[in-house]
Design a binder for this molecule. Structure first.
Ligand code: HPA
Length: 267
């Protein structure tokens, strides 16, 4: 960790990021819009693993948006890639130790709610961790948080309210719902989707929940936004594919980028 922090700080010239935004599948190019930025590849940072998935570049991009110090995570680590769950949350720990306050987590997700269509944007108001693991397993890191963290408000209510307000002002339609996190990499069966709908989930994906658990644990304010890229298994006639996920995310990216940029400026 010391090597990791020293390396990143050596590139930053005392820049302290206040808000981080993890950019999900197909949404990474938002970070490319900022020409005045410091881009650090995951592969050059001591302690960071390589990412392996299309649509996830693997960079930390430090920049400013209207005087707000921000960092984009262009790409993330997924458990299904074979990374440990500690690796998945490692960047969040690093950013927290650099002084981070807010974390915006975005993802591509399948829609379980039948009112959602591909391109729906959903603000996450709670999650169900169905990954069968937890990033806090193991000795507690007393400097980061408590052994048994409360989880009654992982997604910050004020940020949710603000995000809804901003979307309304921009005339961007958003839904609010529960995200269920699974490991993947196989998509779900129709029977699993029926079960998850009965659980009360509105969207499903292979990321986010463990990052949110860690962020909540170490005291970050979290906002989550899902881009619904497809109807979940059994809810439409088409077969699921990662190509469809990335294509839909690409089609919604203008709206998505506008929403995220406005949120970052106003939190
Ligand atoms: N299921 C799980 N993860 C996903 C999906 C899905 O349908 N779409 C995008 N990520």
């Amino acid at each position: 960790m010391e090597a990791t922090l020293n390396y990143i700080k050596s590139k930053l010239d005392n820049f302290i990021p206040e808000t981080a935004c993890i950019l999900g599948s197909g949404l990474g190019e938002l970070a490319d819009e900022f020409s005045d930025s410091i881009k650090i590849g995951f592969s050059e940072i001591p302690g960071f693993k390589r990412t392996t998935i299309d649509g996830h570049a693997g960079n930390l991009v430090f920049t400013k948006l209207n005087n707000k110090n921000i960092v984009f995570m262009q790409g993330r680590y997924h458990y299904y890639e074979g990374h440990t769950i500690k690796d998945v949350v490692f960047p969040i720990k690093v950013l927290k130790l650099l002084g981070l306050k807010n974390l915006i987590i975005t993802n591509a997700a399948g829609g379980l709610n039948q009112n959602y269509t591909p391109r729906t944007l959903m603000i996450i108001n709670d999650h169900i961790n169905f990954t069968g693991t937890n990033p806090l397993i193991g000795p507690n890191e007393e400097n980061m948080g408590v052994r048994f963290p409360d989880m009654s408000e992982v997604y910050n209510k004020k940020l949710i309210e603000k995000a809804n307000e901003i979307a309304r002002d921009l005339n961007i339609h958003v839904e609010n719902g529960v995200y269920i996190g699974v490991t993947g990499p196989s998509y779900e069966t129709p029977s699993e989707i029926r079960m998850f709908r009965n659980f009360g989930a509105s969207a499903i994906g292979m990321s986010t929940v463990n990052e949110a658990i860690y962020a909540n644990y170490c005291g970050l304010k979290v906002l989550g936004i899902s881009c619904i890229t497809n109807c979940a298994a059994g809810l439409s006639k088409t077969k699921l594919s990662h190509v469809e996920v990335v294509e839909t995310a690409n089609r919604v990216k203008t709206e998505f980028k506008t929403l995220v940029k406005n949120i970052i400026q106003k939190i």
